[in-house]
Design a protein around this ligand. Structure first.
Ligand code: PMP
Length: 362
């Protein structure tokens, strides 16, 4: 019997590549002839070691990471990095600088304040976070600079990275856009992302740190909060989320099989344009939340003429197997999250549905 699969537009946890799920199913009870599930195997076993190494190698390959960057698999979600960034990078009581582009930036800023003086150098709060501020300027003597690369709730994404002085590490929350387009990793000191949107299932957080930044952390910082602890033990200091890392490995294999990030970027641009074109040609029936020059490739946010029509559209979409289209409560409306694992056919199905919905309801 064919398994039912819907098109899943949830913002995260989000759709996973079907081949990754099938492989996991196939290996569920007997992982590589061990007679055990991977969930039952020691994190120190050679079978798990191969999975762990391959997952990290795939990250290195997809991002074209230079040698000096460490790949860490941690727990506590991207939210834990909100305090681990200042805990590891605060230096000589310097000011920590942030850009506020939405709810997740605000949460990062809040944690930074536990560690010292914070300066918010730019914000788009004046227009409900519908844009990425231009001309962002960080000071040359900041401890670090922090940005949220893609704003999941509002559907905005940086199109170019702000400049920082050589001595100022740029930290980027990549939770909702990692691997969505080619980036130059050397622009960043730290990149982090909860896995559950673009990498794999919930339960693991990918953190990529430049090696020279590992020694900044004060000695009296709790052991688990130091990136250095995890870097020195290749993320095996304690029992990690083995199953989640295994699923990440399978998902990353799929992304790599698509032809790497340059191929994924092409597909992502095509998918996003399909939806933005629909919005732009709907003569105001669908209204995009994000300013055109700040539009996200990953989260397409839009409103309909009334909240009643929005609710109707979400409900009819659901009935057609298009799931998770309700917008975040802070801006209402609708949101289609079209992460790397969302097939073009899913976006096409959504476009067809939205066209038909407009014809029947305007
Ligand atoms: N940053 C961004 C941009 C997010 O979208 C999210 C989750 N939606 C988070 C951080 C929080 O991630 P986690 O739930 O892994 O702590």
């Amino acid at each position: 019997m064919m398994t039912k699969r819907t098109y899943n537009f949830y913002a995260g946890p989000a759709t996973l590549p079907l081949p990754a799920l099938k492989k996991a199913k196939e290996e569920l009870l007997d992982f590589k002839g061990t007679g055990m599930s991977l969930m039952e195997i020691s994190h120190r076993s050679k079978e798990y070691a191969a999975v762990h190494t391959e997952a990290s190698n795939l990250v290195r390959k997809l991002m074209n990471l230079p040698e000096e960057y460490k790949v860490l698999w941690l727990q506590g979600g991207a939210s834990s990095q909100f305090y681990m960034v200042p805990a590891n990078l605060q230096k000589d009581d310097k000011t920590m600088e942030y850009v506020n582009t939405g709810a997740w930036s605000k949460k990062a800023i809040k944690e930074g304040k536990f560690y010292g003086d914070v300066n918010v150098v730019a914000s788009s709060e004046d227009k409900t976070f519908s844009y990425i501020p231009e001309d962002i300027e960080f000071s040359d003597d900041a401890a670090f600079a922090h940005i949220t690369g893609n704003n999941t709730i509002y559907g905005t994404e940086y199109q170019q990275w702000p400049e920082v002085a050589d001595e100022v590490p740029l930290a980027c929350d990549m939770s909702s856009h990692i691997f969505d387009k080619i980036i130059d990793p050397k622009k960043f000191g730290v990149m982090y992302a909860g896995a559950q949107k673009n990498i794999g299932p919930a339960g693991v957080t990918l953190v990529i740190v430049r090696e020279d930044l590992l020694d900044r952390v004060p000695e009296n910082t709790p052991t688990m909060q130091k990136w250095k602890t995890h870097a020195e033990k290749d993320s095996l200091f304690n029992t990690g989320p083995c199953w989640a890392i295994y699923m990440c490995k399978l998902s990353l294999e799929y992304l790599n099989g698509l032809g790497g990030v340059s191929a994924i970027e092409k597909i992502n641009r095509k998918k996003a344009n399909m939806l933005y074109d629909l919005i732009d040609t709907s003569v105001g029936f669908y209204k995009g939340h994000a300013k055109k020059d700040s539009r996200s490739l990953m989260n397409v946010t839009f409103n309909l003429p009334t909240p009643e029509l929005e609710a109707k559209c979400v409900a009819e979409g659901l009935a057609k197997g298009l799931v998770g289209l309700k917008g975040h409560r802070s801006i209402g409306g609708m949101r289609a999250s079209i992460y790397n694992a969302m097939p073009t056919e899913g976006v096409q199905a959504l476009v067809d549905f939205l066209k038909e919905f407009q014809e029947n309801n305007q």
